[in-house]
Design a protein around this ligand. Sequence first.
Ligand SMILES: Cc1cc2nc3c(=O)[nH]c(=O)nc-3n(C[C@H](O)[C@H](O)[C@H](O)COP(=O)(O)OP(=O)(O)OC[C@H]3O[C@@H](n4cnc5c(N)ncnc54)[C@H](O)[C@@H]3O)c2cc1C
Length: 509
Amino acid sequence: MKAFDAVVVGGGLAGMMAALELRPLRVALVSYRSLGEWTSSAWAQGGIAAAVGDDDSPALHAADTVAAGAGLVEKRVAARLAFDGPHAIERIASLGVRFDRDAQEHYALGREGAHSRRRILRAGGDATGAELVRAIVAAVRTSPTIEPLENATALDVALDRDGRVCGLLLRHKSGEVVAVGASAVVLATGGLGGLYRFTTNPTSSRGSGIALAARAGARLADLEFVQFHPTALDVPSDPLPLVTEALRGEGAVLVDETGARLMEAIHPLGDLAPRDVVARRVFAIRSAGRRAYLDATQAVGADFRERFPTVFAACARFGIDPRVERIPVVAAAHYHMGGIAVDLAGRTSVEGLYACGEVAATGVHGANRLASNSLLESVVYPERIANDIRATVLPSASGFATPAYAAPVEAPEAQWDELRQAMYFGVGVERNEAGLEAALERLRMLGERTASAELRDAATVGGLVARAALRRRETRGSHVRTDFPAPADGERHRSFSTLADLPVAAQTA
Ligand SMILES: Cc1cc2nc3c(=O)[nH]c(=O)nc-3n(C[C@H](O)[C@H](O)[C@H](O)COP(=O)(O)OP(=O)(O)OC[C@H]3O[C@@H](n4cnc5c(N)ncnc54)[C@H](O)[C@@H]3O)c2cc1C
């Protein structure tokens, strides 16, 4: 068995940064595909938030983060994230990330909804994620102490007799299952949008890290909080391209098929209402069998291609010319606030197991993420994790037995469709008790009947999200219960789960 000082799972921003921060320790970096490929990180458009402007401060950034989170943000966690932001930006700039700058060579700062200052750093206009990933992949590839294990799937975290991490089991593309030894494992497996019928995430983002951590006995948190983006491009594509919120910032408006405005009578801020309010409206229109569109013909018009090149290219691929035509949109699963519960150092409740990036629940997002804080989190936590591993983790344990795994079985597309429909319509933008119970039952049946471990894991993670959503009998932030339409004071707390929250049969994932 090959042994490393640490194993990191995830070839997105969080995983790659963790591997880099752990240098010069010897690290295996496991990823479904090539590093950076098919990751949310590479697709990020808006940018990364940090209080680097002259009129800004970490205290203001933290206050905006707390306000966005609808009463559930852990204030000290937000304060620490905002404080560490400027240093994290310098860190990734030093690794070769080329941020957009103004004529004086200062960072060119954009502003986004719910940020009280201009604090969004961008690269290549709306291609920030691609630039981040380009530079960080290059840094990883030239680091001799990092061994990328690409086209490999992490199957299970291995624990020793005392319940401590002693390695990871993974399957290579060839089908071979191997064990790698390490006394620290970092899960950076991204979000779970791929569990939903409509998503902006890579379809392989199915919360696999949550399943791995849950099986290892780790505590999970805030699972019910899934953010839906109101304007994913409504075209025959899976996943769906994102139509950035910045278009509404520039004056584009949401309309129905007759051209009537959708947001005017719904919220005082109209089209600039909070993301969850707009997503609900778009979802309601679509659920009534109607269509929703974003009309940018007046507000942006002829300049569209130059000002929003990524969205323009996505529209063009489907024969839509947003300069003169309305853009069809649908609400799509976009970001998971919940995940594996971690402390300020990225430690989970299992000794030697860490999590960072979207799969981690740090407490910083509460019930709703402040835009552009997720990339920041993916850069800040890896350094803390590396420091903790260096300070506390013991040398690698000796070998452990590799359990027998059945050969992988592909689930039929129809079963994935069933699962994703159940999640989107039962555990989606709007929830209620009957819908959640029905979704739980479908997920349970799918999980029990399938021979595919991947589908079983997805059903387990979906079931845990549904359970958490069922337990929260209120509407707060991204969690909308039509049967409990207001926030409840008694529910003003984070939620925690473990695998034991599911019926016994469903736990055998
Ligand atoms: C379209 C889009 C736009 C966005 N725009 C912004 C933005 O402007 N600003 C912002 O802050 N956030 C944005 N976000 C959110 C942000 O991109 C993500 O939260 C962040 O990139 C997550 O990084 P990550 O490294 O945790 O996950 P990812 O980048 O998704 O990487 C996860 C990695 O884990 C691997 N993996 C997963 N499971 C396994 C397994 N079992 N075995 C092996 N490998 C595995 C995957 O292959 C992948 O390499 C956006 C998201 C999307 C989808």
